[in-house]
Write a protein that binds this ligand. Structure first.
Ligand code: LUZ
Ligand code: MOS
Length: 749
């Protein structure tokens, strides 16, 4: 689809400060609610003393679990995650109750004066604690292919080891926010959520009212990255209970330090592996034992674990495979969705193992990885056939760059003693679709008005990824109506219902396809009316007819599309169309058999990075990056480029810069000064991103492919570049200066 210079649909109102987020809306009669957070990780609540809080100026009311009119639950995959705990707190930072204040400052101030007495218990905080205490969420996931016993027997080498991936904070700009407005009947809910339908369903049960009395409306989010897939449901519920009690509009907005303390993050994972291979580096057998720290409630830990499992082979054919994976139940905040959703962790494991194979055999990791790549027709360990594979092509394309950089690194390292360079290479094969088949559905409502303007509602929440721009382009292209005449509406559960979360890199696939179907039907109706109008006016039938740039063009003239719409309305043609799309082919993962076809297609790519490490300070500089990213075709080249570059930098931040520190079970890296997210200074000087348009039929609307999550994994090439710069030492992420110095120190011992 050739439309590369289409700007962000709301770019102008964003840069001029006119775009609305929840807290920008008019504040008449608005009260504020602020939670009181647990200061212990685990224990029984003995007493909550509000007496001091009640004396503070601006105090309005308080809410506890006793004020919940319906069910005290916000859990979706498993019930039992409460709005407020009735007896036991399960993590440091858990909201125990909340204060309603007449303004934001007094609500927060009052909350600070609430005193809670606990009987403390010993918490489970780490994966090893949980394994010892046998504290797991159900189920354990198992995948088996071939015979690892035979595989190990036929191996020339067998290596074993452990791998850890770190926690990551989303650091979306807009913190958790929600506004709830009581209506004549029911409520309007304005949450900062990727999952409007989840909010509607859960809040209906919390409030004890039918779902049709709740209108959930989401215009846009100030960033999300998965941090608003399930996290916001709890905060929306607290806001709704407050609004229900005081019968007034109420708003909640977390301070940054509280947001970081209390909300879920990327899961820490731990893997034990045993890998057998021959002397050429070909993998013969792989055995995995994988654990994640899921925190106090199930949240999305099981689907995250599943996606980790589905990516623990990444780009490589492994003939004999055995895996067991479990999510640990601990007393940290629940961990949740984060761009890649377990995929990056799974990929990191196999990439780490490939690097160890290369180190054992003293062969370049590039060669080892290349020798093990999947080919078209291969099957994954969970049994999905790889229909069309571009990994070989991508390796051939990037080889000259990698070889040149590798040589440059070797020359540099020969001449320098305390500053060393390294290069890393990471391919990706990322599966697109929600792994729960039922969620792979999209809806769109397209309305044409007689002035030639178009309204589009669909189920994709805009969070900066420009799903809105791309859906508008699809509608514009299909109807021949210019982009400026397309308006994308907020996601509103009264217009679009029963929608899946905007997640899993599927928003354009699902909603774009639904919008395309709606637009095609409307186009057909317009064509019928256009033909009639042409014959009336010119007395002959056109041989060629098309819609373009707001006009209907035909061999002997043109008419404006708005005239056709006006006439169509008059002729009682339906000028609105509500369409539905469901992803074909996919099947659910069968837990008993460890088999499934969860993905509609895969996205492929490869990245190489070059870094420089100062052995005396442990500091790392990222100097060069080259990425080749495959898609069937492009919808909006600039948006896709933005997603690839941003995801790479975010992935690099996860493994190189960011380090979430906990004290007594509470996250204390709670600001940009103590939690180092990437900035403009961390972007490499040479940053070459190439989009390879493969034309693959195994793709989605207009041959595009999901772009949100896959490129996050390219950031892993930076970590392996660092590891290689220090001679492949046993470095675990995050590769912060402290951690680098610790392993370098080991050599001198
Ligand atoms: N959310 C979800 C996701 O519920 N299922 C998924 O498979 C998924 N994948 C990526 C991101 N969010
Ligand atoms: Mo996501 S991790 O696709 O919300």
């Amino acid at each position: 689809m050739k439309n590369s210079k289409i700007p962000h649909i709301d770019g102008l109102i964003h840069v001029t400060g006119k775009s609305h987020f929840i807290t920008d809306l008019p504040k008449r009669d608005l009260l504020y609610v602020y939670p009181v957070f647990s200061k212990i990780s685990k224990g029984e609540i003995l007493e909550i003393d509000f007496s001091e809080a009640e004396k503070v100026k601006g105090y309005v009311d308080k809410i506890t679990f006793k004020d919940i009119p319906g069910e005290n639950n916000v859990g979706i995959i498993e019930k039992g995650e409460p709005v407020f705990p009735e007896k036991n707190v399960e993590f440091y930072g858990q909201p125990v109750c909340a204060i309603i204040g007449k303004d934001y400052i007094s609500a927060r101030k009052c909350a600070k004066f609430v005193k809670i007495k606990y009987r403390e218990e010993k918490p489970i905080l780490t994966i090893s604690d949980a394994i010892r205490e046998n504290s797991f969420f159900k189920p354990t996931i198992k995948v088996k292919k071939g015979s690892i016993k035979k595989g190990f027997k036929n191996s020339d080498y067998v290596i074993e080891g452990e791998i850890i991936t770190p926690i990551q904070e989303h650091f979306y700009l807009e913190t958790q926010s929600c506004r709830v407005i009581p209506e004549e009947k029911g409520y309007t809910i304005l949450p900062a959520s990727q999952s409007p339908s989840e909010i509607q369903e859960v809040l209906a049960s919390v409030l004890g009212i039918p779902q049709n009395l709740l209108t959930v409306d989401v215009k846009r989010l100030g960033g999300a990255f998965g941090g608003k897939e399930h996290n916001p449901t709890l905060y929306a519920a607290i806001t709704a209970v407050a609004a229900h009690k005081v019968k007034k509009p109420v708003e909640l907005r977390l301070m940054r330090e509280d947001d970081i303390l209390v909300t879920g993050k990327r899961h820490k994972f731990y893997a034990k592996y045993k890998c057998g291979f021959d002397e050429s580096g070909k993998i013969k057998a792989l055995k995995y034992e994988i654990y994640s720290n899921g925190g106090a409630y199930t949240d999305l830990s099981i689907p995250v674990l599943e996606r980790c499992v589905f990516h623990s082979d990444n780009a490589y054919f492994i003939p004999n495979f055995y895996l067991e994976a479990s999510a640990c139940k601990t007393n940290l905040h629940p961990f949740t969705a984060f761009r890649g959703f377990g995929g990056p962790q799974g990929v990191f494991f196999i990439e780490y193992i490939m690097e160890e194979v290369a180190r054992t055999l003293k062969i370049d990791p590039f060669e080892i990885k290349k020798r093990n790549l999947y080919k078209s027709g291969d099957k994954t360990p969970y049994g999905e056939k790889i229909k069309e594979c571009f990994l070989d092509v991508l390796f051939d394309k990037i080889e000259p760059v990698y070889k040149e950089w590798k040589k440059e690194v070797e020359d540099f390292n020969r001449k320098n003693k305390f500053i060393k360079r390294g290069v890393g290479i990471v391919p990706i094969k990322f599966g697109i679709s929600f792994t729960l088949k039922a969620l792979n559905r999209g809806y769109a409502l397209v309305i044409l008005y007689p002035d030639g303007s178009v309204s589009v509602s669909h189920g994709g929440v805009e969070m900066g990824q420009e799903v809105s721009t791309r859906v508008a382009q699809i509608v514009s292209k299909t109807l021949g109506i210019t982009f400026k005449n397309i308006h994308i509406e907020s996601v509103n559960t009264k217009r679009i219902a029963n929608i899946p979360p905007t997640a899993a890199s599927t928003a354009v696939d699902l909603n774009g396809n639904a919008a395309y179907k709606s637009a095609k039907i409307l186009r057909k109706r317009l064509l019928k009316i256009a033909r009639k109008m042409i014959v009336e006016k010119y007395g002959k039938i056109p041989s060629k007819i098309d819609f373009e740039e707001d006009f209907c063009l035909f061999d002997f003239g043109k008419i404006q599309i708005k005239e056709i719409i006006e006439r169509a309305v008059f002729e009682r043609e339906k000028m609105a169309e509500y369409q539905f799309y469901r992803t074909p082919f996919i099947t659910d993962f069968d837990e008993e058999k460890g088999r499934g076809n969860p993905f509609y297609y895969y996205v492929y790519g490869v990245a190489t990075s070059l870094v420089e490490t100062d052995l005396l300070t442990g500091e790392v500089k990222l100097l060069k990056a080259k990425i080749i990213h495959e898609m069937g075709d492009s919808i909006n080249y600039d948006v896709e480029l933005g997603q690839i570059t941003g995801a790479y930098i975010q992935g690099m931040g996860w493994l190189i810069l960011e380090d979430m520190v906990y004290e007594n079970g509470g996250a204390i890296s709670n600001s940009p000064s103590t939690y180092k997210i990437p900035t403009i200074c961390d972007i490499p000087k040479i940053f070459d991103v190439e989009i390879f348009l493969s034309g693959s039929e195994y793709s989605s609307v207009f041959k595009s492919k999901g772009i949100g999550e896959p490129p996050f994994i390219y950031g892993e090439s930076v970590f392996f570049a660092v590891k290689n710069s220090i001679g492949g030492l046993n470095l675990m992420p995050p590769a912060t200066p402290e951690n680098i110095l610790k392993v370098i120190g080991d050599i001198f011992k």
